[in-house]
Every structure is written in structure tokens, then in C-alpha cells.
Design a protein around this ligand. Structure first.
Ligand code: SF4
Ligand code: MSK
Length: 672
């Protein structure tokens, strides 16, 4: 008699264990009731590969994959592990690490290239959709690219024509990706001491593309077999990202779409509205989403939405496209990386428009269960599922493309089912900070500079500055590490600069308001935030906008009193829940720029202890920065605070801090 095989019920995530955030928990419950799997369930069902996590699996040729697990009890004596070709654990881990840097730098930089190409079209006036919006920023950026903003005529200095400047900026900028000679022009924006170190080490990136290509060459079977030499190339490629592709993306986006200034908005799934057409944009490149924002706000489209039975159009974002349109238009993010499927599971997402990076392919499977139109827009990022619509972005027809998409969403409103559930949670946030606005807020109109920030660091009200950035990772509880690290830092008077999904997370948990300072900060930071009316965590934008953090730190060096190199500053970096290869590139350019940088979870180096020690100890003696890893959020924050305190001591300002704290206590005693 045939025995019927019982289907095993799939393992499902425990919503409370999976996320620290209530609307996410609610939506996980809903997805499970509807029988739709999400990343949270898949993370429970599929365990990660232990050898891959340690970075010691090589599949760079067809004699492999060669796996070099650490012997039980660790390595005693000589490490004799090797692949078929003889590659050591250090070589394999370093090659894998380098390929992550290459992929991350490529992603940021190719984004930058696309923006530069649109910028060129705008400069040539080939498109009506894009125009130079921020001429001040154009004039500020031009000299860094060697483009003159004035001309000498008849013995007089005259302003150059703006169109001419824009065209030359576009040409020089685009050339940075592939020029045959020289070095990246923006490297000179770094403090002289950092630049000199890069010269001494021979790691100045020559052009952006070349450094990425060279990583792929060096990590091919049988090429570079010295982990120190491989890391050198990682430094070149990552600097080409942070001080190249990413910085150009930020600058050119600011010139085209406007430099962000602080504005109020909201965040979380609760920004979606049941009686509105909900359009969610997701990914990284703002070139099309800028047009969608413009089109969705036209009276014509609002009237059309009303005609179709909706009260209006609600735009929202996920990931860094969200951050881009948040910082320039106040469009609220509907969620961070791990919430992307959940936005569709509300049943109220009429269109999700995706561009590049961090887009889960399972969105297509989730969209199939609802009426949601899932629209890919980028020629390099399509999906195989047949329910996905591809409307390819073209800068020459950008407004037409955006109109088509917005209309499609509006027409889809009437196809919604009745089973809609939008969580009620959302929080207010102030976002849109940047190098320029920090200058203004902490320096004042007449003293628009970083002196005041430096003064507050020197007198100890602000203990130090942290750059906390990056993704969520389904291998750790959604948002928990971010929030605990952030709260511990601000509780101890560390001002935080944030970007990417960390920024969205901080907003969702209510940390991006000036009022949050009184609740969560130590007395010194609370006093500064209250005086100038800023949140204790300043949202600086998207992943490419980590370049804003580099430049803000450079301004601190320039303002004086805190050393001459980025590594002298009481500053630390963090990516508490990282998952993307881009995070490794960011981490490495932070480190190579002198910043002590702590990652949460794990980094794929633990299987090669000598290589791991090299990047987490020895690199400090070369660049002043180094890697560290700590999954526990409180220990993670304290590694950063201890580093900040060490730097304060080296600068001789540790005493100032003690005095300020006594002053505060005295004042509180007096007030009491
Ligand atoms: Fe194995 Fe060497 Fe081939 Fe890597 S390159 S898969 S270590 S033989
Ligand atoms: S989107 S790279 S999950 S931060 Fe920039 Fe978020 Fe990380 Fe993508």
C-alpha cells in the first residue's frame, strides 16, 4: 500500500523575534495568514553557509569551489590550508573581500555615471525635463573639477556663463570614469594629510572604472596572491567610490535637483493611505523618481486620480530612492530595505516603481498576489517574472515615462481588492541635512562655518561624531541593532550623522526630531540640540551621500583645533545591520580615509585570521582607520565611544569634557 507523503509545513518567522518594529510585526503576521512568504520567513527556512560567512570559499576557477574551513579548535602552528592551486585562506578571503569592494564601488559609481550622463543632457539642453536647478552648488563644485567660474576679459575678472560652466563640469565629471592619465580630481578635497598618505602608499585612484576592473583582474585565478597587495587595490577602488563616483553622484544630483535643506516629513508603512493612489518608488537613482514626484503633484494627475475614485495621490519610498526624494521634496519613506515586500502586502500599493540596487526579486511574486503593478525602469535591472512591466527610463522622454507610470497607477486604483491593511504606525522626522546645512545650523548665518561644531566638540558638550549608516539584514532582528547603537551613542553625547536605511530606521523610531534630544541624549548633546533646534541624529541622505559625511568631517578638520587628518578626529563609523557589497566598499573607504569603522553581524574574514588581523589592526598604522566587528549593539556603540575618547585624549581635550559634565551637574543642582 502506498504511503502518502506528508508535506512538511514551511518554517515561518516569529514576527516579534524577526522585527523590533510594530508595523513590520503586524505585516509579517498578515503575510503569513495570507500564505505569502517574505524575507523574514525565508531567513528562518534557509540557514547561511558557515564557510561562506567566514570568507573562505573560493569559486574563482572550475577546479573549485575550494573550501577551507577552520580546523576545530583553531589553527595551531602553521596554517597549511590551501585550495587546489595552493591559494591560502588569506588569499581567498582577501580576493572575496576585494570582489565585494569592486561590486559595491561599481554600483555606487555606475549610479553616479548615469547621473553624469543626465547632467550632460541637461547641460546640452537636449531635454526639457532636467535643468540646472542649483547654480550656487554648480559654482561651488566647478573649481574642484578644475573648471573656472570666472574669465579675465579686457583686464577685468568676469563671471563665466553658467551654461558654459555646466557643460564643462559635465565633460570633466564624465571623464573621471575613464580618463587615460592622472588621478581622480576630488581626492584633493580631502585634508592634505590624508591625501599625502594616499600618495605615499601609492593608492591614488587613476580613474573610477579602471580600479574596479583591476580588482576583477587581480582576483582572477592565478594573479594577485598577496593579501596586502589585494587590500591596496581595495583602497584604490573604494576611494574611487567615496571620493569619486559617490561624491560625483551627490554633487551632480544636488546641482540638478537641488541641494537638500532641512524639512519635515514622516516615515513608516503608515504613510500609505487607503483612500489615495499609493505609488512607491524604490531603489537608488533619483533621475526618474524626481520626474514621478513632479508629475504626481500636477493638478491634472490629482484630478485624474479623483476621477478614478481616489482622494489624491500618495507617494512613498523604500531604500535610497526614498531618501533622495525625502531630502529634496519631503516625500515620506514607507520603509527600509526589509519592509519592501510588506508595502505590497498592505494590499494598497497601486504601483511599485523600481530602479536599481536592493530590490528583492520576490517583489514580483508578492505583487502577483495583489493588484500591484510592479514596474522596472532601468535597462540594467529587469526581472524574469512575467507579471513585471518594464518601462525603460530615457532622459529625453523622462516626463512622458513618468506620466505613463503615474497614470498606470491611478488606473490601477480601481482594481484594488477589499482586503487592505495599512499599519497605523508612522513617525515625524526632520531630514535633509548636508555639509551646507550643518554649516548653517551649527555656525549661524553670519558665522556659517564649522567653528561652532568644533567648539562644542572641544568643550565636550559633543563628545564626538559618529557616521552610522547602512542596510538591514534578515539575519539579525530588523531595526534592533540600529536603534540600540544609535540610542547608546546619543545617550553618551555622540552626535550622529546617518544615511541609507539607518536614516529611515532612525526616522521610523522617532529619533529624527529635535524633541528626541531631550528624551534620549546625554546633557551636553541635548543642550546643543535644544540651542540650535536640530535632532541628535542628522539624516544626510542616501548611500551615495556618505560622501557628505566625508566632506563634513573634512570641514571639521579645516575649522581647526581637532587635528590635521581625519584620523585625528573624535569620530567613528558604523554599519550595524549591513548586508550589501556596497557597505563593504563604504566601510573600506571610511577606513582608508582614517575612520575607525565597526560593522554589526559578521564580515567575511573570520576564516582567515591573519588577513582579518591585517584589516582590523595593522591598517590603522597606515591610514589611521581600521575595521572592527561587533554584533552586540551596546558593545558595538562602546567600541566607538572608547575610540572617540581615545582620540579626545590624544588631542588633549579629554579634560574639557570632564569640566563640562561637572558644569552641567552644577547647573542641574542649582536648578534643583
Ligand atoms: Fe580553488 Fe584556486 Fe580555483 Fe580558487 S582559484 S577555486 S582556490 S583552485
Ligand atoms: S538602500 S545598500 S539596503 S542602506 Fe541604499 Fe538600504 Fe543598504 Fe540598500
Amino acid at each position: 500500500m502506498a504511503v502518502e507523503k506528508k508535506e512538511k509545513a514551511p518554517k515561518l518567522a516569529d514576527p516579534i523575534a524577526a522585527s523590533y518594529e510594530v508595523s513590520t510585526q503586524e505585516m509579517i503576521v498578515r503575510s503569513q495568514k495570507l500564505g505569502i512568504d517574505t524575507v523574514f520567513d525565508r531567513a528562518v527556512a534557509m540557514k547561511p553557509c558557515n564557510i561562506g560567512i567566514q570568507g573562505i570559499c573560493c569559486k574563482n576557477c572550475a577546479m573549485g569551489p575550494c573550501r577551507l574551513p577552520l580546523p576545530k579548535g583553531g589553527i595551531e602552528g602553521e596554517d597549511t590550508r590551501k585550495g587546489l592551486c595552493g591559494a591560502t585562506a588569506n588569499t581567498i578571503a582577501a580576493r572575496n573581500f576585494a570582489r565585494m569592494v569592486a561590486a559595491g564601488a561599481a554600483a555606487h559609481s555606475d549610479h553616479g555615471r548615469c547621473v553624469a550622463e543626465v547632467f550632460m543632457s541637461a547641460a546640452k539642453k537636449e531635454t526639457d525635463a532636467y535643468k540646472i536647478k542649483d547654480t550656487q552648488k554648480l559654482l561651488a563644485v566647478a573649481p574642484h573639477l578644475g573648471v573656472a567660474t570666472t574669465v579675465e576679459e579686457d583686464g577685468e575678472t568676469k563671471d563665466r556663463d553658467l551654461d558654459e560652466i555646466a557643460l564643462e563640469v559635465a565633460e570633466v565629471a564624465l571623464n573621471e570614469w575613464g580618463k587615460a592619465e592622472g588621478e581622480l580630481l576630488y581626492l584633493k578635497r580631502a585634508p592634505q594629510s590624508n591625501y599625502d598618505k594616499w600618495v605615499k602608499e601609492g593608492v591614488l585612484p587613476r580613474n573610477i572604472d579602471r580600479e574596479i576592473v583591476e580588482i576583477m583582474h587581480r582576483t582572477h585565478m592565478g594573479v594577485d596572491q598577496d593579501y596586502k597587495n589585494l587590500i591596496k587595490q581595495c583602497t584604490r577602488a573604494s576611494l574611487a567610490d567615496g571620493w569619486g563616483g559617490s561624491m560625483l553622484a551627490t554633487d551632480l544630483q544636488d546641482v540638478l535637483f537641488g541641494t537638500p535643506t532641512p524639512l519635515q516629513s514622516e516615515a513608516n508603512l503608515g504613510i500609505m493611505k487607503e483612500d489615495h493612489v499609493n505609488i512607491i518608488v524604490h531603489g537608488h537613482e533619483p533621475v526618474l523618481s524626481e520626474m514621478i514626484v513632479a508629475v504626481a503633484q500636477t493638478q491634472e494627475m490629482i484630478d485624474y486620480a479623483k476621477e478614478k475614485g481616489a482622494k489624491g495621490i500618495q507617494l512613498g519610498g523604500i531604500c535610497c530612492t526614498a531618501n533622495e526624494i525625502l531630502q529634496r521634496h519631503g516625500v515620506p519613506p514607507a520603509g527600509n530595505f526589509l519592509q519592501q515586500e510588506l508595502a505590497i502586502i498592505t494590499g494598497a500599493c497601486d504601483a511599485m516603481v523600481v530602479d536599481i540596487q536592493c530590490i528583492m526579486q520576490n517583489l514580483a511574486n508578492v505583487a502577483k498576489c495583489f493588484h500591484t503593478k510592479l514596474i522596472t525602469t532601468h535597462p540594467i535591472a529587469k526581472m524574469e517574472q512575467d507579471n513585471v512591466i518594464h518601462i525603460e527610463f530615457n532622459e529625453h522622454y523622462a516626463l512622458e515615462d513618468a506620466t505613463r507610470i503615474v497614470k498606470m497607477a491611478i488606473e490601477n486604483f480601481q482594481n484594488r481588492g477589499t482586503d487592505v491593511m495599512i499599519p497605523s504606525y508612522k513617525a515625524t522626522q526632520i531630514a535633509g541635512f548636508g555639509v551646507e546645512s550643518i554649516k548653517y545650523h551649527l555656525g549661524g548665518t553670519f558665522r556659517g562655518d564649522y567653528y561652532t561644531l568644533n567648539d562644542n566638540i572641544i568643550n565636550g558638550r559633543i563628545r564626538g561624531v559618529a557616521g552610522v549608516v547602512g542596510c538591514n539584514n534578515a539575519r539579525s532582528r530588523h531595526n534592533e541593532v540600529h536603534i540600540k547603537v544609535l540610542k547608546e551613542l546619543i545617550k553618551n553625547d555622540v552626535l550622529v550623522l546617518t544615511t541609507g536605511c539607518d536614516g529611515i530606521t532612525a526616522a521610523i523610531h522617532g529619533l529624527l526630531t529635535p524633541e528626541a534630544a531631550q528624551v534620549h541624549c546625554g546633557p551636553g548633546l541635548a543642550e546643543v540640540c535644544e540651542t540650535v533646534g536640530i535632532p541628535p541624529i542628522l539624516h544626510l541622505g542616501s548611500c551615495v551621500d556618505n560622501s557628505r559625511i566625508l566632506l563634513a568631517a573634512t570641514e571639521v578638520v579645516k575649522a581647526g583645533g581637532l587635528g590635521s587628518d581625519l584620523c585625528d578626529l573624535p569620530v567613528a563609523g558604523s554599519a550595524p545591520e549591513w548586508m550589501s557589497e556596497k557597505a563593504i566598499s563604504i566601510g573600506h573607504y571610511f577606513v582608508s580615509s582614517g575612520v575607525y569603522t565597526v560593522f554589526g553581524g559578521q564580515i567575511p574574514t573570520s576564516g582567515a585570521p591573519v588577513f582579518h588581523d591585517y584589516i582590523s589592526k595593522e591598517l590603522e598604522s597606515i591610514y589611521g582607520g581600521k575595521w572592527d566587528v561587533e554584533p552586540d549593539p551596546i558593545k558595538h556603540a562602546w567600541l566607538m565611544i572608547d575610540h572617540i575618547d581615545r582620540k579626545r585624549k590624544e588631542l588633549g581635550i579629554d579634560k574639557a569634557r570632564e569640566r563640562v559634565l561637572m558644569d552641567m551637574a552644577d547647573r542641574q543642582a542649582l536648578e534643583g
